[in-house]
Write a protein that binds this ligand. Structure first.
Ligand code: DX5
Ligand code: ZN
Length: 219
């Protein structure tokens, strides 16, 4: 799966920017990734509930909301209620991640848990049994256009093994520095869903960029 991140899109034309990646065939995004940042959990600030609600009304593909915010226990279920398909919270920020996953599902969304590059998976193995997706950050969260941190591939391989051996049942997603080269390494390590911001919206034709990324995964 390919999930273009609108963090690298033109914020004055978000509806059109989502339309551009909701084309047909291999040019079509599977999900659209929406980065919510609060200026506290990460130093950057982006968008919040009202924008997500508007985008969920116009998007033809499911919204994948990545919440880089403090106190996700309080806010994340609201994103589910406003139409996000998958809502991902950060393990480092959640107070009661098991309860949070239950609340997200009760609000009608899939539940995602994200770990920063320095956060180990081992501390969250029990928690992850309650989640539908695991978002492995391959850059420090906060900004688009950073370089892929290859050390996280070990974490991806461990997650893949846990899924393949039946210990966990979730989709393995990666976010940060994904481009034509790094996507091949991530695919080899066992990623199911690839978030790409600058590689898609920085390209002249985002649809063609999605096709190219897909081709690399299927090689
Ligand atoms: C970073 C965000 C990413 C970002 C990725 O904190 O979570 O989703 O948009 O951008 P690229 O693909 O440019 O690294
Ligand atoms: Zn993200």
């Amino acid at each position: 799966m390919i999930a273009p991140s609108i963090l690298s899109a033109d914020f004055a034309r978000l509806g059109e920017e989502i339309e551009v990646v909701s084309g047909t065939g291999d040019a079509r995004a599977d999900w659209v990734h929406v980065d919510v940042m609060d200026g506290h959990f990460v130093p950057n600030l982006t968008i919040g509930l009202p924008v997500v609600e508007s985008l969920s009304r116009v998007s033809r593909v499911p919204l994948d909301c990545h919440l880089m915010i403090e106190d996700p226990d309080r806010w994340a279920p609201d994103y589910a209620e406003r139409g996000a398909y998958n809502v991902t919270v950060h393990a480092e920020a959640a107070h009661d991640p098991v309860m949070l996953a239950k609340n997200l599902r009760a609000a009608g969304a899939q539940a995602g848990l994200s770990v920063k590059p320095g956060t180990s998976l081992e501390d969250y193995l029990e928690v992850l049994k309650h989640y539908d997706t695991l978002l492995i950050m391959s850059v420090e969260p906060g900004f688009g256009g950073q370089s892929f941190i290859p050390e996280v591939l070990d974490k991806v391989r461990r997650a893949r093994r846990l899924v393949d051996t039946g210990h966990l049942r979730l989709l393995v997603e990666i976010d940060g520095g994904i481009n034509d080269e790094t996507i091949e390494q991530a695919a080899e390590a066992g990623v199911d869903c690839f978030v790409a911001g600058s590689a898609v919206y920085g390209a002249k034709d985002p649809g063609v960029a999605i096709e190219r990324l897909r081709e690399r995964v299927n090689r």
